[in-house]
Design a binder for this molecule. Sequence first.
Ligand code: 9MG
Length: 285
Amino acid sequence: MSRRWEAKGRIIVGDDVPKVMGIVNVTPDSFSDGGQWASADAAIAHGLKLVEEGADILDVGGESTRPGAAIVPVEEELRRVIPVVEALARRTDAPISIDTTKPEVARRAIAAGASIINDVSALREPGMVEIAAATGAGVVLMHMRGDPRTMQDNPVYNDVVAEVRAYLAERVAWCEARGVPRSRIAVDPGIGFGKTHEHNLSLLRNLDQFATLGCVLLIGVSRKGTLKKITGRSMDRRMPSSVVCSLAACAMGASVARVHDVGPMVDAIKVWNAVRGWERNDVQG
Ligand code: 9MG
């Protein structure tokens, strides 16, 4: 497993200590915290609080990716995220990731101070890979079957682990051929994106198989429906299961955990590191 991930010349992951990516949704309809941080001021305050709690990276998104979510026009997405990225880049040293599938949003967010593109469609939109190559941004390539409107309509795989792995391998090679080196790429199997509960569990049980892709592995399970299947808990009571599942993923090779509950996740990593005799290091810059 490569433990190195760079973005705009800065090392985001440079050691074996898992990093915490805090979620800043600037959306009225996100599946887990929709509406709570929808105004720019609220989202900025929330992002700063996550940094205080120990977030290594902030992931700012203006379009919900929950199952069935509506597409947001580019102007509206820009209106939501750019002031938030600008303010957070000014007020914190934490690397900022823009969660978008739209090249224009990525371009403007990077100009406003973001250094990572978190793209649930793995840079498939025309123009996106060129922006990543030209700006030196880090990227997250996530696997998704279909799109958020349709992805949970009876997803079928013969071998979910092999198929998701092959897709990510193909996307990594495709990006490399277009000027985005492997050291700037993180891969993500996309828990909950066009997968049943059994598919999600198979992926989580076999995270070691993604290690051979030679990229940092990022995992996002926070508050997801697959945790409800296991615990029966409603959204507002999924913090403990989110932390445990994210930590289990880190123990199986993930280097970055994308989470809502940054403080509890940071504590979990500190305890895990203490138990194994390590200290939690900060992002090197
Ligand atoms: C935006 N978004 C929602 N869930 C996600 C996940 O699991 N991974 C990544 N990379 N992005 C996500």
